[in-house]
Design a protein around this ligand. Structure first.
Ligand SMILES: Cc1ncc(COP(=O)(O)O)c(C=O)c1O
Length: 500
């Protein structure tokens, strides 16, 4: 198997595990500067029982023994769940609030000196930057609604079951929301849920899904399958799927393929247009750092976004399967709303839906300007670099995390990394399967010491160095606390077993 070059080749163990090594890596990496764009909570902030930042005089904590480090930055490795807040978000949001306060409804329409674009045009303002992150044409993306809602909207357009082709293929450990969404689509179309095919790992001891295995399951059910919906990066294992190859395979079998990019967007470079993906959706609160539950995004390939008039000779070749309500326009069917309708006639209130060509024509409601503002703040940081440069940094950070996890003093670690070892098959995140019974002990210990990672019961910790703000120094500090937590957890559980 072809491997990416190992950025840590030739480094001795002693060197690798030293504080100096981590500090030097941060100093020599030009992208380290982006960390200053983010608010890194201090350990005191996390321990503070009141909301907001901790101030020494005001706050009482619970555990005096470990609170002399309240002013230190926490070790936040949880961008796979919720990205940290960019410093500029507060400024952008304040500008939005000031506009609303001072202009009211005119904020929708008026261009204001030093302000953001009128809210009416915010959806367009975000397209260029978003398209660069997912590798699309600006017309193929739109920031709208939220991830699960967008998957439903996209399936309402792309899942067109027939008597012969009605199955949906997902992976067995799909994020529950995707599972529910797909199952409810089947029910919605009066199709038994047995039409759902799940791709299960070949081995019960590993969540790994080889590309060959994925392709073979798809081939096996191709004759009766209408839709394949897969994650770009699997949320539990952190495995990055071969989006290009799987998409090509589905298309060769005439199967529509959609991608849930929750864990891939802002994490790995994507080329949705060139890879010929039919559709995709994502959220903006993980590696996109735009805030909890914030507005999401979607992609519809150019070939599906056309809007033609019925007498246009090109219309019959467009591949768009049906026409609009008045029979004069030909476009992909969809569940529609007024924000997807042509801007020039949107306010005429004539009940004629004229879809905007491209992804924008899939919009329903006027988007939350507050959410869009928050996404804009984050995109402006991404615009100072690009996904290829971030990926290079991410490969170095994750390789370093992996190398440190694999060095556990003289003993065998009480955990194993279940994310693929090949960097081509993973993004930033490594998932650690702890030996049974250790997770709660380990989590309590590390959380008390200002480490933030996330858990997947019963035994998995997900650790994700986000390339925009995490540092080698974060990883070094994480390893010191985490491995000590493991040693203590093993000792405690052994003691308990001995005294039982
Ligand atoms: C892979 C994946 N899909 C779907 C979702 C659901 O997202 P939302 O709640 O924004 O619809 C999540 C949420 O974390 C996720 O990780």
């Amino acid at each position: 198997m072809f491997r990416l070059p190992n950025p840590l080749e030739g480094v001795t163990d002693a060197e690798l595990c030293s504080e100096e090594f981590a500090q030097k890596q941060d100093e020599k990496d030009a992208l380290s500067r982006f960390r200053h764009e983010f608010i890194i909570p201090t350990k005191g902030d996390l321990r503070n029982k009141k909301y907001g930042p901790y101030r020494k005089q005001e706050v009482e904590f619970g555990n005096d023994a470990i609170e002399d480090d309240n002013d230190e930055e926490s070790i936040y490795l949880c961008g796979n769940s919720l990205g940290l807040q960019p410093r500029r978000t507060r400024e952008y949001v304040a500008r939005y609030l000031d506009t609303w306060a001072s202009k009211g409804v005119f904020g929708h329409f008026k261009s204001l000196e030093g302000g953001h674009p009128p809210w009416l045009h915010l959806d367009e303002a975000l397209k260029d930057q978003t398209s660069k992150i997912v590798g699309a044409l600006p017309s193929e993306v739109v920031v709208m609604e939220t991830l699960t809602a967008n998957l439903h909207l996209l399936m309402s357009s792309f899942y067109r079951p027939t008597l012969e082709r009605y199955r949906i293929i997902i992976e067995g450990k799909a994020f529950p929301s995707d599972h529910y969404a797909v199952e409810s689509q089947l029910v919605h179309h009066n199709i038994p849920t047995s039409a759902l095919i799940t791709i299960e790992p070949s081995s019960s001891s590993s969540p790994y899904l080889s590309t060959e295995h994925i392709l073979s399951v798809i081939s096996q059910h191709a004759a009766s399958t209408a839709l394949v919906l897969l994650p770009g990066i699997q949320f539990y294992s952190g495995q990055l799927l071969d989006i290009e190859l799987i998409t090509r395979h589905c298309r060769s079998l005439d199967i529509i393929v959609g991608w849930d990019l929750a864990h891939a967007v802002g994490n790995v470079p994507l080329k949705l247009h060139d890879w010929n993906v039919d559709f995709a959706a994502w959220c903006n609160y993980k590696y996109m750092n735009s805030g909890p539950g914030v507005i999401g995004g979607l992609f519809v390939h150019d070939r599906h976004g056309g809007v033609e008039t019925a007498d246009d000779p090109l219309a019959s070749q467009s591949g768009n399967p049906t026409n609009g309500s008045d029979g004069k326009l030909v476009y992909r069917p969809r569940l529609s709303g007024w924000w997807g309708s042509d801007k020039s006639s949107r306010f005429d209130m004539e009940n004629k839906f004229v879809p905007i060509p491209g992804a924008s024509g899939f919009q329903l409601s006027n988007p939350s300007a507050l959410d869009m503002t928050s996404v804009q703040a984050s995109l402006d940081i991404f615009a100072m670099t690009d996904m290829n440069a971030l990926r290079q940094r991410s490969l170095r950070l994750t390789a370093y995390l992996e190398a440190r996890l694999l060095r556990y003093g003289n003993g065998t670690p009480p955990y194993k990394i279940i994310t693929p070892v090949n960097p081509r098959e993973r993004g930033a995140q490594l998932s650690l399967l702890l030996n049974p019974g250790l997770l709660d002990h380990v989590l309590t210990y590390i959380e008390e010491r200002g480490v933030v990672v996330d858990e997947r019961k019963p035994d998995v910790l997900r650790v994700a160095p986000a390339p925009l703000y995490n540092s080698f120094w974060d990883i070094h500090r994480f390893i010191v606390v985490f491995q000590e937590a493991c040693r203590r957890a093993v000792a405690e559980t052994n003691d308990k077993a001995d005294s039982a």
